[in-house]
Design a protein around this ligand. Structure first.
Ligand code: GLA
Length: 387
């Protein structure tokens, strides 16, 4: 991949790039719609990701190109940038804008060429991947000395303020802190994390893309964030908490009467129980109890479908198939939902059989195909080349 990108950089810009970087995408194993409620999530980085070749120039412009999108843009250096339309280059542009505001650095012209193999809008964090690879690259190139957590926070700010999605910190964190064959248990309130070896034994991690495209900006994501804030306000009338996830299920049962609105009650119930599921899931994974871990994945999906209402017929069809397929021990939607991807723990050796039967089942019900990948849990951002 890197050699091809390098050659394409030369073809596009007419000179050899000085740098090449990579950042992964992510899946979330469990703990969905929890990060913006201050609870626990359990994502891991995957080997799919975004590659970036960079050349420094003497010209006073930044040029953005991608092998995945036709749109390209050339922007003169300036003190601040604003979002232009909804094209892909707004993500790296937002990162440049953010780092420029936060750090005083002597910079010049840049040529940036991106290539990603994460399916866009599929819930595997292609946007966090492009943000983190850009921030990681600028940090290295200009020797900004930004620690990894600050890098994550800057990228989240880009998503929230520049792009306009009120997402939590999970995606950028997972992309930046991912390690091979390792799950991250992140407390989204304290931002403390611990790593758990993700030893799947006889199973592999299958990712099933429903091919139902969505973007967070046009989904009901921000609506869910607001609903959780309202549910929290109801509870705050009597109890002193800052986040929904400060409550255990038992404690919530004592105070849930404060939430009179039925929808808000459903949202809060999902959040609190899902947070508890992450605590159990982390224990089960470290004990190597994959069967019970898998059951929690199904329970998580059910809750996202019925209480949080962020699934959809495409994701439900995939999980329903998995539930009836004897060589899968757990499956659920991953990421924001409303389409995108599901994950499944699939017995090794059944990849082809699974793909064939799932494809038939899915196309029959939905009318178009799903795409199936068997992914490895990969590492965080890396520098592939510096000259
Ligand atoms: C998206 C957001 C994350 C998180 C998930 C749902 O991926 O970017 O911050 O909220 O949805 O768990």
């Amino acid at each position: 991949m890197k050699d091809q990108l390098h050659q394409l950089f030369e073809k596009n810009f007419g000179y050899t790039p000085q740098y090449e970087f990579f950042a992964p995408g992510r899946v979330n194993l469990i703990g969905e719609h929890i990060d913006y409620n201050g609870g626990l999530v359990m994502p891991c980085a995957i080997t799919m990701g975004t590659w970036l070749c960079v050349g420094k120039t003497d010209e006073n412009v930044i040029r953005f190109r991608s092998l995945n999108f036709e749109e390209q843009i050339e922007i003169p250096l300036q003190n601040s940038f604003s979002k232009t339309g909804s094209e892909w280059f707004n993500y790296p542009l937002g990162v440049i804008n953010e780092l420029q505001k936060a750090y005083d650095w002597q910079w010049g012209g840049l040529d940036l060429l991106y290539h990603g193999n994460i399916p866009i809008g599929s819930g595997l964090s292609s946007s966090a991947s492009i943000e983190v690879v850009t921030a990681f690259a600028l940090n290295q190139i200009y020797d900004l000395g930004i620690d990894r957590l600050s890098l994550v926070k800057h990228c989240k700010k880009v998503e929230n303020e520049f792009i306009g999605v009120n997402s939590g910190i999970m995606d950028q964190f997972a992309v930046a802190f991912g390690e091979k064959d390792t799950a991250i248990v992140l407390n989204c309130d304290t931002l403390k994390h611990k790593l758990i070896a993700c030893n799947l034994g006889d199973y592999s991690l299958a990712i099933i893309n429903t091919n139902k495209h969505r973007t967070l900006a046009d989904s009901k994501y921000n609506e869910r964030v607001q609903e959780c804030q309202k549910a929290l306000q109801c509870l705050q009338q009597e109890i002193n908490i800052n986040n929904l996830c400060e409550l255990s299920a038992e404690k919530f049962a004592l105070h849930q009467h404060l939430i009179e609105d039925e929808i808000l009650l459903k949202r809060a119930t999902h959040v609190i129980k899902e947070n508890d599921r992450v605590i159990s899931a982390a224990k089960l994974l470290s004990e190597g109890n994959l069967n019970s871990f898998g059951k929690l994945m199904y329970a998580s999906h059910q809750s996202l479908k019925e209480l949080y209402e962020v699934s959809g017929k495409e994701l439900d069809t995939v999980v329903e198939f998995c539930n009836g397929y004897e060589h899968v021990i757990g499956a659920r939607m991953t990421g924001a939902g409303f389409g995108g991807c599901a994950i499944a723990l699939l017995k090794k050796g059944f990849e082809e059989d699974f793909a064939k039967h799932l494809s038939d089942y899915y196309v029959n019900k939905i009318g178009y195909y799903a795409t199936i990948y068997v992914e490895q849990i990969g590492a965080g951002p890396t520098t592939l080349r510096t000259i």
